[in-house]
Structures are given as structure tokens and as C-alpha cells.
Design a protein around this ligand. Structure first.
Ligand SMILES: *Cc1c(COP(=O)(O)O)cnc(C)c1O
Length: 394
């Protein structure tokens, strides 16, 4: 499917060829967008052949195959399913491995809408959901019950970027036959590979760096083994989960520049983070790539680089000062999502979505997505907005 047997090349080179098949399309470089629902059969025998390759677009089609093969290779898994969003990758995967009566352990730092799914949907179907301290490591063993079926991880975590000891958690899970799922959106599959550490499924929001241009909603769920994949694929078929053709096309295109974009966003974030560290307007900065971040050692052990995400905690201040800062920024418009080419700011409200480790900080927590702008322009912009914050705090 991908550039054939080019496993001897580095991932940087393979990213250029993954999920392409010019020979299938008259030499056309990129696999065409196949917008379809119906797929015609040449005969009744073909229709009745259970192994007939493409039956109906929702069940799998040439473009979804290309994308899934590419992502499975990047994540070093057996095979993948594509989903219409990162959130459906998470929900489909959880539904694949849970049943009524099961106990689910979930990191407290997970993506908040995934938490809503656990609290609002899984509990309704009789799954006992328990949140754990993201930094628990091997201590997870103390929370495991006889009916624990799945341990869910996200590393680094949403908003505060706690780096989890994935190898230690997986080790405890494997010893007891528990399925492990890791949200790997932060690394885009390039900076960390949970499956290499024994995790069973790696899920990603490809809306983020893989798409990379703020114009795609797409998810992927990569299984480590054929059996795990079968379970995932069956669940996706039962739920009717499938990704849109244009999104698959754009995500495949995003792969070609993924490494460059990720590296540059990471470098820019490092430059901005170092500058932020010296500022009196910043009470705390959350960025595991900084040497004195409490997560730095584990991040350095397991990750090969950083992305462009960081959060800052402002000192306690009147709402008007926070508003003056947020609305005073020119290059950080207020918006959800990350991983695109442009910088963004999103306020975080953790008091309502942390229970295992309650959020006790005063002061506004703001997540910055550092994009591909000139970092000096970003710093200048932050500096002028901090002046507005100070003026409104006085
Ligand atoms: C954004 C995000 C998701 C959900 O992705 P969508 O494609 O927006 O549904 C999942 N996990 C993490 C960590 C995210 O940041």
C-alpha cells in the first residue's frame, strides 16, 4: 500500500511515500478523492463473496485504506481504522473493549470531551469509570480491580501536559490481561509510539498536526495486533463510523510535511517558552521540553521532540485584566484545536474536569498553540498584551 518495502528508510523519508500508489492511478501522484457511497459488483458471485474487497464506501474504500495503512506504519501497528473525528476514534475504541460491568481506569488529564463520553455515556451502559492521577506510574496496580478491562492514557495530558510513565502502566496492565489505550495526538505519531511500549491501541486526532491546516476533522485508531484490529474494525462497522473522503485526502497530504511542521512548531514553542519563563506576568508555564519542568525527565526519556503546545498560568488578577490580555493579542486569536499552521489561544477551565487531582490554582490558565509565524513576532505580541494585562491589573 505504502511505498512498498521501504522499511529500511527512515520515517522522514517514508512519510513522503506512505499511503501512495501512483501505479494504481495511471501515475497520478496523490491517490484521488474517491467520493462515493455505492460500489458496483460485477456479478452475483462477487456480491456473495464475503471477502470481496470493497463492498460499500462506509465499510472501507481505496482512500481510507491508503490513509489507514500510512498511519499504521507511522505508529508501528498492525492496522488502523479511520474515524470522522479524533473524538470518535476514542469513543469507538472504548466501546470496542468495554462491556457492562467492567471497570475503566482513565487518566485525570484526558481530553475533556472524552471525559464527557465516559461520564455521560459509558456510565449509562454500566461501566464503572475511575479517574487516576496521570503521574501514578506503576502505582496504577493499586487501583486495578478484578473487573478492570481497560486502562486509558493520554500523554502528555490535555492543558497541563503531564507526562505519563506509559511503559510502567502498560507493564502492570499486561501482567493482568488489561487492554491499554493511549491518546497519541500530542506526538502526531512521530515523537512517541505507545505501541512500541506494548500499548494495545494508539488513538489520534488527525485534526491536529496530521491535517495541520485547520480544515479537517479526522481521527485514527491503530491496533497493535490482528486480533485487536478485528475487534476495532467490527465495532466501527457496527457503529457505522467512517471518515469523509476529502478529510482523508487532506490528511494524507498533510503527512508529506508533517515532520517539518511539527519540528518548526516545536522550535518556535521552545523560543517562546524560554522568553515566557522570565516574565513576571507568568505564574507558571506548562511545557515538558523546558529543562526545569517537573515532567522533563520522563519526557526526555520517552519522547524524541516537542510539539508547539504550552500553557501559561497568569497570576490571580481581575477578569478585566485577563480579558485585556486575551483580547489584546493580535497573533493569538481565541479558538479551539491546535496543530494547524497558525497560533491560537484557548482558555482552560480545569476546576470542572479534574477529580483525581483537583485543580487548585488561582489565576487564568491559557493554552497557547504556537504556530509557524516568526517567533519574534509572537513574543512581541505577547509582550504588548502583557502590558495591557498589567495596566488593567493596577
Ligand atoms: C482535539 C483532541 C481530540 C479530539 O479530536 P477531534 O478531531 O477534534 O475530535 C482528542 N484528543 C486530544 C488530546 C485532542 O487534543
Amino acid at each position: 500500500m505504502s511505498g512498498k518495502d521501504d522499511k529500511h528508510h527512515t520515517l522522514q523519508t517514508r512519510l513522503i511515500h506512505l499511503g501512495r500508489a501512483p501505479e494504481e492511478y495511471f501515475g497520478i501522484v496523490n491517490p484521488p478523492v474517491s467520493r462515493t457511497s455505492t460500489i458496483l459488483y460485477p456479478s452475483l458471485d462477487a456480491y456473495e463473496d464475503k471477502d470481496w474487497k470493497y463492498r460499500y464506501a462506509r465499510m472501507g474504500n481505496p482512500l481510507s485504506d491508503k490513509f489507514e495503512c500510512a498511519m499504521a506504519e507511522i505508529e508501528n501497528g498492525h492496522a488502523a481504522i479511520s474515524t470522522p473525528s479524533g473524538l470518535t476514534a476514542i469513543t469507538t475504541t472504548l466501546l470496542a473493549f468495554l462491556k457492562s460491568g467492567d471497570h475503566l481506569l482513565v487518566t485525570d488529564s484526558l481530553y475533556p470531551p472524552a471525559r464527557n463520553f465516559c461520564d455521560n455515556v459509558l456510565t449509562r451502559f454500566g461501566v464503572a469509570v475511575e479517574y487516576y492521577d496521570p503521574l501514578i506510574g506503576a502505582g496504577i496496580s493499586g487501583l486495578i480491580r478484578d473487573n478492570t478491562a481497560v486502562i486509558y492514557m493520554e500523554s502528555p495530558g490535555s492543558a497541563t501536559f503531564e507526562v505519563q510513565d506509559v511503559p510502567a502502566i502498560v507493564k502492570e496492565a499486561v501482567a493482568r490481561g488489561i487492554i491499554t489505550i493511549a491518546d497519541n495526538s500530542w506526538s502526531a505519531g512521530l515523537l512517541f509510539r505507545p505501541l512500541d511500549h506494548g500499548a494495545d491501541v494508539s488513538v489520534q486526532s488527525c485534526t491536529k498536526y496530521v491535517g495541520g491546516h485547520s480544515d479537517v476533522n479526522l481521527g485514527v485508531s491503530v491496533a497493535r495486533t490482528p486480533d485487536l484490529y478485528k475487534r476495532l474494525k467490527k465495532t466501527a462497522l457496527d457503529l457505522g463510523v467512517c471518515a469523509g473522503a476529502d478529510d482523508l485526502y487532506l490528511a494524507l497530504r498533510g503527512l508529506r510535511t508533517l515532520k517539518l511542521r511539527l519540528r518548526q512548531c516545536g522550535e518556535n514553542a521552545m523560543t517562546v517558552a524560554r522568553w515566557l519563563k522570565g516574565r513576571s506576568e507568568v505564574q507558571k508555564i506548562y511545557f515538558p521540553a523546558l529543562e526545569d519542568d517537573p515532567n522533563h525527565a520522563l519526557w526526555q526519556r520517552d519522547f524524541s521532540g516537542t510539539n508547539g503546545l504550552l500553557s501559561i498560568l497568569l497570576p490571580p488578577a481581575p477578569k478585566a485584566a485577563v480579558r485585556a490580555f486575551v483580547e489584546g493579542l493580535e497573533l493569538f486569536p481565541l479558538g479551539s484545536s491546535w496543530g494547524g499552521y497558525e497560533s491560537l489561544l484557548q482558555p482552560q477551565y480545569l476546576k470542572t474536569c479534574r477529580t483525581a487531582v483537583p485543580w487548585k490554582e488561582d489565576g487564568a490558565l491559557l493554552r497557547l498553540q504556537i504556530g509557524l509565524e516568526d517567533p519574534q513576532d509572537l513574543i512581541d505580541d505577547l509582550e504588548q498584551a502583557f502590558a495591557k494585562f498589567e495596566a488593567a491589573s493596577a
